[in-house]
Design a protein around this ligand. Structure first.
Ligand SMILES: [Mn+2]
Length: 321
């Protein structure tokens, strides 16, 4: 393998990986490239693994953390070239830390594919252009009345088919291959099957979350225990976004995982990152994301106690339980 491309397992992450490959690694694709899908909380592990034996390492759409910055420093001795491409607001303060070791392409724009188009300079073809629009909408940009319906269909297809299992590398490769071949994504049978499954899960989850939630001022809080969290996995982020739109409230969704607790925050008032920062500092966690959508990872503790801590220390209400 000559190069590894490590990308975020979400809609704009997979589209950004495709764009980068198409522009810069067309000659290496597919057999000379090691594709790796990851998520911010385990990116340092996946990146360390994918750095061995390759000359170039490209990191796409992964919010920077202290841990990740340290990882890049330690692998910079093994890799000839490290490229870091990201648009997350929370990465900003750590960028200077990695600049000595990596080529950094960073700006706080609507999506990582949008950032890539600004960096590439050369105009995109219509197929690529549509996918950049799709990525922007997946990342929260509101479609306008002039947005083509076919674009919204692709948004739905990519977002939902990826969400059903965001760690599924085989499917990510399949999706990138469809894009490289400029195929019609919403018409693809495998994509359609996954979208159907994702929608079924999403509807069930929305029902559970809206029936079982706690309203605190402008915030709606809900939680999922380990079995529920496993069953719905990648759909949880999509559900949080939908709930925030449906109730016009900020959403704080707490879920238990095997060895940690993850808190998903959504806000239409653009204070998700600020709220995440407060939750992270009160619960000793790591946070990252954007003003509309962000998350916090904290060490494992009972979900009930996380709920009471957020209520008392962050939202300023005394828990009754
Ligand atoms: Mn992303």
């Amino acid at each position: 393998m000559k190069a590894s491309v490590v990308f975020h397992g979400d809609c704009d992450g997979v589209i950004a990986a495709y764009l980068y490959i198409k522009r810069f690694y067309r000659d290496l694709y597919p057999h000379g490239l090691n594709l790796v899908v990851t998520h911010p909380w385990r990116a340092h592990i996946d990146i360390t693994r994918s750095a061995s034996g390759v000359e170039e390492l490209v990191i796409v759409d992964i919010a920077l953390s202290e841990k990740l910055a340290d990882t890049l420093r330690s692998i910079s001795t093994k890799c000839k070239k490290i490229v870091y491409i990201d648009h997350h607001e929370s990465s900003s303060s750590l960028i200077p830390k990695i600049e000595p070791y990596a080529k950094v392409i960073y700006a706080q724009v609507s999506s990582t594919p949008r950032l890539l188009t600004q960096f590439m300079g050369t105009p995109l073809n219509p197929y690529e252009n549509v996918l950049v629009e799709v990525a922007d909408i997946c990342e929260g940009r509101t479609p306008t009345s002039s947005t083509d319906r076919s674009i919204l269909e692709i948004v739905d297809s990519v977002r939902m088919s990826v969400a059903v299992n965001p760690g599924d590398l085989d499917f990510m490769k399949y999706l990138i291959d469809l894009m490289v071949k400029a195929r019609n994504i919403p018409q693809d049978p495998l994509v359609r099957m996954r979208v159907r499954r994702a929608k079924f899960l999403l509807n069930s989850l929305l029902k559970v979350l809206s029936e079982d939630s706690l309203d605190v001022g402008r915030i709606k809080m809900s939680f999922l225990d380990l079995p529920m969290s496993r069953a719905f996995a990648g759909i949880i982020g999509v559900a949080a976004t939908e709930l925030s739109k449906a109730y016009r409230k900020g959403i704080v969704l707490i879920r238990e995982e095997q060895d940690k607790v993850v808190i998903t925050v959504r806000s239409a008032r653009r204070d998700a990152l600020e709220l995440s920062k407060q939750i992270a500092s009160s619960l000793k966690g790591v946070y990252g994301g954007h003003a509309e959508a962000s998350s916090i990872t904290i060490p494992k503790e009972p979900v009930g106690s996380v709920v009471s801590k957020i209520l008392s220390t962050v939202l300023g209400v005394e828990s009754t339980s």
